[in-house]
Design a protein around this ligand. Structure first.
Ligand code: PRP
Ligand code: URA
Length: 208
């Protein structure tokens, strides 16, 4: 599918299999989510813009291509917070934005309850992070919100995606690149991803 990249590296897939296991406790789940997030962002940043800088080696002057744009990570609360530390391991200078969105359990529609973004976010490369892409309601709400603020360079990073959510983003935001570690089978009648890993927020924070 256009604009969808599945990060099927064996190191990622091994960790994801452990995360899917219902017996994996929340502290191990959290560690694995951050480890996977580091591995993911290594791939996601592959297409970041490069600029030339001059470097003095001990022997001569040379030019090197480096990535020196600013980066903003926008976490969809709560579960997106579980990916931040892993990304920051590789991009420690990134600024962080927070979008509080939860799904109404009855109709699965997104409900916004918080938003705080860095003032200069529109001049940065943006990575929107949320481990779960189910109906796509939350991600599309977040993308609409960011685009209304004239924010353009957005990549969406999730751990597990359902075909329904991927389809919704591709239909409504065809300019957005989606990166996921797995494209699962489908949603169940309650909007949970199958086989999935359950409620990511509860598994990260130990709330159930
Ligand atoms: C989960 C998940 C996504 C959303 C995905 O959050 O982290 O934000 O559901 O579902 P969707 O694609 O159908 O919108 P949830 O609403 O459970 O909130 P939480 O992170 O606070 O637990
Ligand atoms: N949100 C989750 O945390 N898990 C799902 O399977 C679907 C939405």
């Amino acid at each position: 599918m256009k604009n969808l990249t599945i990060l099927d590296h064996p190191l990622i897939q091994k960790k994801l299999a452990i995360m899917r296991d219902v017996k994996t406790p929340h502290h191990q789940f959290r560690i694995l989510l951050n480890e996977i997030s580091s591995l993911m962002v290594y791939e996601i940043t592959r297409t970041f813009p490069l600029s030339e800088v001059t470097v003095e080696t001990p022997l001569e002057t040379t030019t090197c291509k480096v990535f020196d744009s600013k980066v903003t990570l926008v976490a969809i609360l709560r579960a997106g917070m579980g990916m931040l530390d892993g990304v920051l391991q590789l991009i420690p200078t990134a600024k962080i934005g927070h979008l509080g969105i939860f799904r109404n359990e009855e109709n699965l529609e997104p409900v916004e309850y918080f938003a705080k973004l860095p003032y200069d976010i529109a001049e940065t490369e943006v990575i929107l992070v949320d481990p779960m892409l189910a109906t796509g309601g939350s991600a599309c709400f977040a993308l609409d919100f960011l685009k209304k603020k004239n924010i353009k360079n957005i990549r969406f990073m999730c751990l597990v995606a359902a075909p329904e959510g991927v389809g919704k983003i591709l239909e409504k935001h065809s300019d957005i690149s989606i990166f996921t570690c797995a494209l699962d089978r489908k949603l169940n009648e309650k909007g949970y991803i199958l086989p999935g890993l359950g409620d990511a927020g509860d598994r990260i924070f130990g709330t159930k």
